[in-house]
Design a protein around this ligand. Structure first.
Ligand code: ADP
Length: 450
């Protein structure tokens, strides 16, 4: 078992990881920027070290400072959380080379999955269903490009191999737009990701976003923990997530889940990970793998009863997974609302000091948050101030529980999207279940027009 873990993150996830460490008897080291000196994750840690100024490139993204802090404190492992350095293969490699444990997959797996062409090839080899498209990188000659797009069938989407965060992709509807779209995306990819390689896929028009959580140990054991639906997105940012994904046949899901764990064994994956799929007309299409803990992991924790962060820590310490696939169940329904300090209409971040902070409670209600009265939401980082998560026997009961919880929660001093979540839960399409990834933006467009 690990004895001391440095948590290279901030906010709710730093606290979430600290709690898991404490429950396992592992000492914790917090790192923080000057802007977070008074933060809860700093106060509650066994040890805390300032690693630099507020700007993330000089603190939470400063690999050398974080590794030095770990060595100085005698930590034996680093947990990266999500965002920041969590999917940075060079950081994972540095930690491995320094003889410390990276609480995540091996650097090599992060590297493979970070190159979307390589990731897709690995998935195809393991029998994971992918979006039909180019087999590797796009050719340079226009005639070969045209032939490829024709064989895939319009509309197609041109994507950067090194892309991320919804950037570096372009939808092409007809042959006349293809050459220019490829040239523009290539230039963008070169500048943003330092990798001009592109690939092409069929553009799916009405997909849902459905993802499968996996856990893998050092001993060749791999489990899938059911599916989450994260179709409620604005500008590719998830707003609300749920587990299980409504209306998906259990046998189809099990088939895809089995292919995912097979892929994990093939690539030597370890720790927690997520296979992201587009789901359309009863079929799954892999788009990418997230090689880290995700914001929405609690909905899977509530339905599976498995503490995913504790599992990550046990795996990192070398322990075999205690459960087998037949032990995994998916019980009831869980929903998570991301509560952000932002304007509910313009979505502009709303930093400031919180003056009122009333949290909901009761059976099946979980709040993961680092905020409270007097807490100042800094302008430098993500604007999420809480995750409100509920669990109930059925989806209808979970919706009712979330409505009640949202009604109890009150935040003043900063603007929040609480009212937006309240409206979404009353919206007929979402309440029916199984909306596609465009649903939220369409609804917002209609709301703003009326
Ligand atoms: P990123 O790593 O930048 O998030 P993804 O490959 O995960 O890139 O794609 C981000 C989003 O773009 C998806 O959630 C989906 O909304 C859209 N998208 C990507 N590929 C396709 C596709 N083949 N058809 C339709 N939409 C797509």
């Amino acid at each position: 078992m690990l004895s001391k873990v440095l948590i290279a993150n901030r906010g709710e996830i730093a606290l979430r990881i600290q709690r898991a460490c404490r429950e396992l008897g592992i000492a914790t080291v917090a790192v923080y920027s000057e802007a977070d000196a008074g933060a809860r994750h700093v106060r509650l840690a066994d040890q805390a070290l300032c690693i630099g100024p507020a700007h993330p490139t000089r603190s939470y993204l400063n690999k050398e400072a974080i590794l030095q802090a770990a060595q100085l404190c005698g930590a034996d492992a680093i947990h990266p959380g999500y965002g920041f350095l969590s999917e940075n293969a060079a950081f994972a490699q540095m930690i491995e080379d320094a003889g410390l444990v990276f609480v995540g997959p091996p650097a090599s797996a992060i590297r493979t999955m970070g190159d979307k062409i390589a990731a897709k090839q690995a998935m195809l080899a393991a029998g994971v269903p992918c979006v039909p498209g180019s087999e590797g990188a796009l050719p340079a000659e226009e005639s070969a490009l045209q032939e490829l797009a024709r064989s895939i069938g319009y509309p197609v989407i041109v994507k950067a191999a090194g892309g991320g965060g919804g950037k570096g992709m372009r939808v092409v509807h007809e042959p006349g737009q293809l050459a220019e779209a490829v040239a523009l995306t290539r230039e963008e990819a070169r500048r943003a990701f330092g990798n001009p390689e592109l690939y092409m896929e069929k553009f799916l028009q009405q997909p849902r976003h459905v993802e499968i959580q996996v856990l893998c140990d050092h001993h060749g054991n791999a489990l899938w923990l059911g599916a989450r639906d994260c179709s409620m997105q604005r500008r590719h940012q998830k707003v609300l997530e749920e587990a299980p994904a409504p209306g998906i046949a259990a046998d189809l899901l099990a088939q895809v889940g089995e292919r995912c764990v097979e892929a994990c064994r093939k690539i030597g994956y370890r720790s927690a990970g997520t296979f992201e799929f587009l789901y359309e007309q009863g079929r799954f299409y892999f788009i990418e793998m997230n090689t880290r803990l995700q914001v929405e992991h609690p909905v899977t924790e509530l339905t599976s009863g498995i503490d995913i962060v504790q599992a990550q820590l046990r795996i990192a310490g070398g322990a075999p997974l205690a459960l087998r696939q037949q032990d995994i169940r998916c019980e009831g329904h869980a929903i998570e609302c991301r509560i952000n300090a932002e304007d509910p209409y313009s979505f502009m971040p709303s930093p400031g000091t919180i003056s009122v902070w009333d949290l909901p409670g009761g059976n099946g209600v979980r709040v993961d948050s680092h905020a409270g009265v007097g807490y100042t939401v800094p302008p430098y980082y993500d604007s999420m101030i809480a995750k409100l998560i509920v669990h109930a026997p059925t989806r209808a009961e979970a919706l009712a529980r979330m409505r009640t919880a949202l009604g109890e929660m009150r935040v003043e001093g900063v603007r929040t999207n609480l009212a937006l979540h309240g409206e979404l839960l009353e919206e007929a399409g979402f309440a029916a279940g199984g909306v596609n990834i465009h649903h939220l933006e369409h609804w917002l467009g209609q709301r703003n027009a009326s």
